[in-house]
Design a protein around this ligand. Structure first.
Ligand code: PEP
Ligand code: MN
Length: 340
């Protein structure tokens, strides 16, 4: 339920409404717009009674949100959410670039790749230190040492870093180093993990589960938002279909569909969708044309030696040449690519 306050409503009115909400065992999420303050009420639907608020003088109207997701819905917030990370913005008209290797493999390579992707316009450096691998015998990531490499690369380049959190037991150490926390496709419905990152005050990239519907994905975002963290970036990374020519099937339609359903920024990861470096550029172009707020691209200085996802990783020079061409695609749809 959404309570829209009259423009004349005071702070005391707002405090009273928040108290009434809490007394019912519900939680209040206040959003202050330029003209109006609105209060989102979430919790057990059986206790949400619009009549308890409709009669108050300071209340203009009370609206029910019909979708199962509330705080992340467009009904709750009309304006697009723009997330600022160390001066780099995600959302609001530009196409943010997250680039870097699948796995952090060492400090020198992170600094080198960080410098190269920054030159090519990237605003964020990515790299996994805790890796979700299909095989327990495959490289599992460098752990905290990998996080230290990311921090060194941030120091050298000034780029904020994004890295995956797989397990609630690692939240403290990952949050200490990361500027943006990534929740991977395999954990999209790990509800305990989602609730934990919801308690942080740090942006979260929530990747789409490989078999998740758009509504299930938004419900997972709601788990994070309902704990107080509204800085959520949705990332389309391809879904499982019967097609085997690509690693996953890139669901480009998810981008405009989400745009109508949610105020959250939407980025695309064509690398994991394609599974092949040669397909990253056309899928990136499609994502930009469809309105994506950003791209996440795997870049490695020696893809043939990469410890994970080498076949889908671009060399820094290829990444730079691609961003040059993609900036023209972005301009054609009235957007600007990266921080270039
Ligand atoms: C990754 O970003 O390296 C990754 C493991 O992605 P996903 O969770 O989308 O498979
Ligand atoms: Mn990867």
């Amino acid at each position: 339920m959404i309570i829209v306050l009259r423009s004349a409503a005071s702070e005391a009115d707002l405090a009273l409404i928040e108290e009434k909400i809490r007394d019912r065992g519900l939680s209040a999420h206040v959003s202050r717009g330029v003209e109006r303050t609105i209060v989102g009420v979430v919790g057990d639907e059986r206790h949400i009674d619009p009549e308890a608020f409709e009669g108050l003088d300071c209340v203009e109207k009370v609206l029910r949100i019909l979708s199962p997701y509330k705080l992340v819905s467009r009904d709750f917030k009309k304006d697009d959410t723009v997330i600022d990370v160390l001066g780099q913005r995600v959302g609001g008209g530009s196409v943010a670039l997250f680039a870097g290797p699948c796995s952090v493999e060492g400090k020198e390579m992170m600094v080198e790749i960080g410098r190269r992707v920054k030159e090519a316009g990237a605003g964020f450096l990515r790299g996994g230190a805790y890796k979700p691998r299909t095989s327990p015998y495959a490289f599992q990531g460098m752990g905290e040492e990998g996080l230290e490499c990311l921090a060194a690369a941030r120091e050298a380049t000034g780029l904020p870093v994004a890295t995956e959190l797989m397990d609630p037991r690692d939240i403290e150490v990952v949050a200490r180093y990361a500027d943006v926390i990534q929740i991977g496709a395999r954990n999209m419905q790990n509800f305990r993990l989602l609730a934990e990152v919801g308690k942080l005050r740090k942006p979260v990239i929530l990747k789409r589960g490989m078999s998740a519907t758009i509504v299930e994905w938004l419900m997972s975002a709601e788990y994070i938002a309902s704990q107080g963290n509204q800085e959520i970036i949705l990332c389309e990374r391809g879904i499982r279909t019967y097609e085997t020519a690509t690693r996953n099937t890139f669901d480009v339609s998810a981008i405009p569909v989400l745009r109508t359903l949610t105020h959250l920024p939407i980025i695309a990861d064509p690398s994991h969708a394609a599974g092949k470096a040669s397909l990253v550029e056309p899928l990136s172009a499609a994502a930009i044309a469809a309105g994506a707020d950003g791209l996440m691209i795997e870049v490695h200085n020696q893809p043939e030696k990469a410890l994970s996802d080498g076949p889908q990783s671009l060399r820094p020079a290829a990444f730079a040449a691609m961003t040059e061409r993609l900036s023209r695609v972005a301009a054609a749809v009235g957007r600007r690519l990266g921080s270039s």
